[in-house]
Design a protein around this ligand. Structure first.
Ligand code: DCP
Ligand code: MG
Length: 398
């Protein structure tokens, strides 16, 4: 009788990597609200607040029961006063005033809209907001200089805000695998990110590539991208070669140094084994409608007037794909690092540091006391090095 289980029955760790978090979230009502507050904290560049709401949301996702009264939260860590207040209000009124107000807030709405464009982060979105811009239409009409990435993001906006389905992710994995095998027949192409955790949809497709003979993977990314480009599969690409040191300047927050490529992939719809590609998940209908009204997205020239059918009827879909190439000796660490969730990763590193005096990254695990790297061929071995019970990908949805 799980419905009656109370918090006191099961101790809950403050570390996401010591919790089993499936996609069966019984506390949606609360986590949806906390997610909006976390998002807004991010828009205010308040990292501490963002993390506090993200942690509160995550802990509720891991509970095997639905919270129906404040007592159910007895002994649950990572819940600050503010988060508790939000939960209490939702329990009493069915919603939270602060959240309701926020979703009507012009700045929140605008920053959400702008950051949903590929290549636009909080800083840029905020700058545009302060310059008086509010809609994508205004952004397009303005003389603001966009990066190549942002231009592509706007051009394919309508497609990119539609969640990627598992079927689409699987097709792209196979297509990329075929391309990779042209150059390295024994290479492995693995679906990571949210799809590996069992999610039915996601914002992109994360693929990790490796080869058993270490060194053979060098130069592979360029070959594969060039070949796919000739095939007309690439709408946009940004290769970050681990050799060119671009990561040092470009993205200071970058969490690994693998050769990788951020792509906008052109997926032919007849390559996907599903009946209807246009089935939408939980995507932002406000943004979708806005894009449609403007006739944004789709190939330039195919759309004669706003909202015309030709965009919808085109036989391909633009999809964000991340390709990452890992040397074989780092593959298990790369796989663990790219499977997520983000909070799960964050807590793995935090746990490693505080309890084991080890430094975990997507490349390696370093024992700061023994002053040596710990090798691992599988994720199970990494959990074992950390003294943690193995948590399978489906239970890492923290
Ligand atoms: N990742 C990370 N830190 C980053 C970027 C990524 O730890 N700065 C890891 C954790 C993510 C994984 O890489 O789960 C893939 O990143 P995504 O942003 O694609 O996240 P998901 O795949 O989990 O979500 P979505 O379904 O929205 O794609
Ligand atoms: Mg992803």
């Amino acid at each position: 009788r799980t419905a009656d289980r109370s918090a006191t029955d099961i101790p809950v760790s403050q570390y996401a990597c010591q919790r089993r978090t499936t996609l069966n979230n019984r506390n949606n009502l609360f986590t949806n609200a906390l997610k909006i507050l976390a998002e807004n904290a991010e828009f205010c560049e308040n990292e501490g607040r963002n993390l506090a709401f993200a942690r509160a949301s995550s802990i509720l996702k891991s509970l095997p029961y639905r919270v129906t009264k404040m007592d159910d939260l007895q002994g649950i860590p990572s819940l600050g006063e503010h988060s508790k207040k939000v939960i209490k209000e939702i329990l009493e009124d069915g919603n939270c005033g602060e959240v309701e107000k926020l979703i009507q807030n012009e700045r929140y709405q605008t920053l959400k809209r702008f950051t949903s464009i590929f290549g636009v982060g909080v800083k840029t979105a905020d700058k545009w907001y302060r310059e008086g811009l509010r809609t994508l239409h205004e952004l397009k009409a303005s003389k603001i200089k966009l990066t190549k990435e942002q231009e592509a993001g706007l051009l394919y906006y309508e497609d990119l805000i539609v969640p990627v389905t598992m079927a689409e992710a699987d097709s792209i994995r196979k297509i990329v695998e075929e391309a990779v095998h042209r150059f390295l027949p024994a290479a492995v192409v693995k679906l990571t990110g949210g799809f590996r955790r069992g999610k039915e949809s996601g914002h992109d497709v994360d693929l990790l590539i490796t080869h058993q003979d270490e060194g053979k993977e060098q130069g592979l990314l360029h070959q594969v991208i060039n070949w796919m480009a000739v095939q007309g599969m690439i709408l946009y690409d940004d290769i970050t070669d681990n050799r060119d040191q671009k990561w040092k300047t470009k993205e200071p927050e970058l969490f690994d140094h693998f050769a990788k490529c951020y792509l906008i992939f052109k997926l032919q719809k007849d390559m996907v084994n599903v009946v209807d590609l246009n089935t939408s998940g939980d995507h932002d209908s406000l943004a979708v409608n806005e894009a449609k009204e403007m006739g944004l997205g789709g190939q330039a020239g195919t759309c004669e007037h706003a909202g015309c059918a030709s965009v919808k009827d085109k036989d391909w879909k633009a999809i964000r794909v991340d390709l990452v190439v890992a040397p074989f000796s780092q593959y298990a660490y790369a796989l663990l690092g790219w499977t997520g969730s983000r909070l799960f990763e964050r807590d793995l590193r935090r746990y490693a540091k505080h309890f084991k005096h080890m430094s975990l990254s997507s490349h390696s695990l370093f024992d700061n006391e023994q002053k040596r790297f710990l090798m691992a061929a599988t994720e199970e071995e990494i959990f074992a090095h950390l003294g943690l019970d193995y948590i399978p990908p489906q239970e890492r949805n923290a």
